[in-house]
Design a protein around this ligand. Structure first.
Ligand code: ADP
Ligand code: ADP
Ligand code: ZN
Length: 223
């Protein structure tokens, strides 16, 4: 199953992608996570991307498109993948289609997690992320068992540089101007299903699965 999870910053794309990845045994491909790893390791991509990320702007398409094309070519993506945070504008959506076509693949469903702005700001301000496995926590809504430590892997939790108030505003603006139109593009193709992203995390996973099934018929769940 080839899936795209969309939604504004803070909607829960990362949280839900990780859960769906465990459930369906297909990898999560998060451009944000890959970029942050590159920044941390000071790679060529990381050095180019950093300034854009710090001010909440999109990293240039060429860089991200190349990164995703390479990643989707890996063996573990052959049975399916969950794209989290890509595509984020029209050009990336077109390039993705080209890449998939070349590999004889297609997108099965695009699920949009819908959350209102005020809630997004609250979530992002309290977000903490694991340095090791990129799991997201929230100091108010989804606290870790032990302060500053990841429940899953024991990694250290940190606050992302771009989860500051000014940068959050910039990212929400970019979402509305560039990414929201992409959801309309997928709606036009009959691939898009929007779900309410407010509520208990596990319930939201269930509504995502229902929305996928509506688009795809019954999906096989690995146990
Ligand atoms: P969030 O999930 O909070 O929206 P991400 O981790 O997906 O944030 O992205 C963090 C930053 O990484 C973005 O603000 C942007 O600078 C960069 N980024 C991630 N994905 C893309 C993409 N597909 N195209 C361009 N930039 C991206
Ligand atoms: P995204 O990848 O879309 O930016 P995340 O998955 O990182 O979003 O979640 C953003 C923040 O909101 C994190 O702090 C996360 O723990 C929290 N969060 C995720 N889902 C929910 C939910 N259903 N209710 C409340 N907080 C949530
Ligand atoms: Zn962890």
């Amino acid at each position: 199953m080839n899936l795209i999870l969309m939604g504004p910053p803070g909607a829960g794309k990362g949280t839900q992608s990780q859960l769906l990845s465990e459930r369906f045994k297909i990898p999560q491909v998060s451009t944000g996570d890959i970029l942050r790893t590159n920044v941390r390791e000071k790679t060529r991509i990381g050095q180019k991307a950093r300034a854009y990320m710090d001010r909440g702007a999109l990293v240039p398409d060429d860089l991200v498109v190349e990164m995703v094309s390479e990643r989707l070519g890996d063996a573990d993506c052959s049975r399916g993948f969950i794209l989290d945070g890509f595509p984020r504008n029209a050009r990336q959506a077109e390039e993705l289609e080209r890449t998939l076509l070349r590999g004889g693949k297609a997108i099965d469903a695009v699920i949009g997690i819908e959350v209102e702005r005020r809630e997004l700001v609250r979530r992002l301000a309290g977000r903490r992320v694991c340095r090791k496995c990129a799991a997201a926590y929230n100091i108010i809504f989804n606290p870790p068992v032990n302060m500053d430590t990841c429940n899953k892997c024991g990694g250290e939790l940190y606050q992302r540089d771009d989860d500051r108030e000014e940068t959050i505003e910039a990212r929400l603006r970019v979402y509305e101007e560039e990414t929201l139109p992409v959801t309309e593009y997928y709606r036009g193709k009959g691939l898009y299903g929007g779900i309410n992203g407010i509520g208990i995390i596990d319930r939201i996973t269930e509504s995502i699965i229902e929305a996928i099934e509506e688009r795809r018929g019954n999906i096989k769940v690995a146990d």
